[in-house]
Design a protein around this ligand. Structure first.
Ligand code: MTE
Length: 320
């Protein structure tokens, strides 16, 4: 498989985010304007001082203009504090146990209302030449937030090649179900497998990403290797990890957190500081790495200009 695992790179060997962020400030200042299409691996090779494992770097990653210019969270923060209930409900369980999941080989079933049904590898769906780095804000429904340098491709480009038919109104996603390797699936924290879904216009929105990397490297298992969804204007739980099935459907598909608690988690799950979770306010967030819930949460997580029109006329409290 071309897109290799990076599950067990020791945190100590990874670029400190300060180097990364300084480099970005430098670029923003226009000092190296010609390096607009900065390869993801370039900074990694420099800052790791010769200790790189080149096979883990994703080649030819182009920087996307759709990125936020906010400073990113560190590799340690993003890979050490996760929600991936298949490995347990603790924030450090995924980092501890996700290496038990085998991601090679990996197969993704594409079925339902789609022309090109079949079983695909990650490389069948995503060509390395398409990879972009997208730095997105990320907001968990539990009120922590992060800024994450993903590597991936717009889902719309993958869907276009798969040819949804005219009855395809939604896209449903499913995570691997393998209790032998995913110890959380031996318990009942959620109904397995984890499932998620998007309306077709949401799936086709240019911001919606299929991610295969983080910080210029293949995704670590705890972040959803080898392929996951990222929908930056929705609460984090919509961003389903370790996808093994993409099904185009006529009807709204079931979603894991809605199945678990429909009152608390709706289908849309758009970040909305004006609609409280039944058990806590969504007005403020705690940036990952900080102690205080002191950052004001923005409507649609700051992506309102790009996405609000998709929900025009909808009662966002009812369709939460
Ligand atoms: N996908 C699966 N399969 N299982 C999960 O438990 N948790 C979701 C989402 N995707 C989850 C999942 C939740 S609640 C969040 S906040 C994000 O993944 C966390 O992503 P991160 O750990 O990369 O920050």
């Amino acid at each position: 498989m071309l897109i290799k695992k990076a599950g067990d790179i020791p945190a100590s060997e990874i670029t400190p985010e300060s180097v990364y962020n300084n480099r970005r400030h430098f670029l923003r200042a226009g000092a190296v304007g010609a390096v607009g299409a900065l390869a993801g691996g370039l900074w990694a090779r420099e800052s790791l001082g010769g200790t790189v494992m080149p096979q883990d770097e994703l080649p030819g990653v182009v920087k996307s203009p759709l990125s936020t210019d906010e400073d990113t969270n560190s590799w340690e923060q993003l890979t050490g504090y996760n929600n991936f209930y298949e490995f347990g409900t603790g924030k450090d369980d995924p980092a501890r146990y996700a290496h038990e999941m085998n991601t090679d080989p990996w197969s993704i079933k594409v079925d339902g209302n789609v022309g090109k049904k079949g079983d695909y590898s990650v490389d069948d769906l995503i060509k390395p030449s398409q990879l972009e780095e997208r730095i997105y804000r990320f907001r968990c429904v539990e009120a922590w937030s992060a800024v994450i340098p993903w590597v991936g491709v717009p889902l719309k480009d993958v869907l276009a090649r798969l040819q949804p038919d005219s009855d395809a109104n939604y896209v449903a996603f499913e995570t691997l179900h393998r209790p032998d390797e995913m110890r959380g699936q031996r318990g009942r924290a959620l109904r397995w497998p984890y499932v998620e879904g998007l309306r077709m216009d949401e799936a086709m929105h240019p911001l919606t990403l299929l991610a295969v990397g983080l910080y210029g490297r293949a995704l670590p298992n705890q972040n959803g290797a080898p392929i996951r969804l990222v929908v930056p204007w929705k609460y984090g739980y919509k961003s389903i990890k370790s996808i093994v099935r993409i099904k185009l459907t006529k009807d709204e598909p079931p979603t894991s957190w809605n199945i678990a608690n429909a009152r608390e988690y709706g289908f849309y799950s758009n970040v909305n500081p004006e609609v409280s979770h039944p058990r806590w306010s969504q007005e403020y967030e705690r940036p990952l790495g900080g102690f205080l819930k002191n950052k004001k949460t923005l409507m649609f997580n700051g992506y309102a200009d790009q996405v609000a029109s998709m929900y025009a006329g909808m009662d966002l409290a009812r369709f939460h």
